[in-house]
Design a protein. Structure first.
Length: 113
C-alpha cells in the first residue's frame, strides 16, 4: 500500500511540474493590424500584410490578389507560412528592436499603418 501511494504521489508531482515548463505564448499585440511595404529597393509589388490575433496573416497584393497564411514570432524573427497550390512559401523577417519595422533579407521593410 505504501509503495502504491509513493508512486501515486510521485506521478502527481511530475504531472504538476510538467506544467511549469509549458511553452509560454509571446505577446504579439504590437504586430496586430496592417503593415505596408514602405521601403522597397527592388521596386516590386507594393503589398500589405494584415496580422490577426489568431496567428493568421493575409497578404494583400497591389494588383488585388490575396493570400492567407499563418505567422509565428520566435526569438526576434517573424516567420510567415503561405500555402500556395501544392507547396508552402516560407518567409522570414527580422523585427526591429522597437517593433516598428519588419525587415526582409533584401533590405525591404514594412511599417505599421
Amino acid at each position: 500500500m505504501k509503495q502504491g501511494l509513493r508512486w501515486l504521489l510521485a506521478a502527481v508531482f511530475f504531472v504538476s511540474l510538467s506544467g511549469c515548463f509549458g511553452e509560454e505564448k509571446v505577446n504579439t499585440s504590437w504586430l496586430l493590424g496592417t503593415w505596408e511595404l514602405t521601403h522597397n529597393p527592388e521596386k516590386d509589388d507594393q503589398d500589405k500584410l494584415v496580422f490577426d490575433a489568431d496567428d493568421s496573416v493575409t497578404v494583400l497584393a497591389e494588383k488585388g490578389g490575396e493570400l492567407q497564411g499563418s505567422y509565428q514570432y520566435v526569438d526576434g524573427k517573424l516567420k510567415i507560412s503561405l500555402p500556395v497550390q501544392r507547396k508552402t512559401i516560407e518567409v522570414e523577417f527580422e523585427v526591429s528592436s522597437d517593433h516598428s519595422k519588419l525587415i526582409y533579407q533584401s533590405g525591404a521593410y514594412y511599417t505599421k499603418k
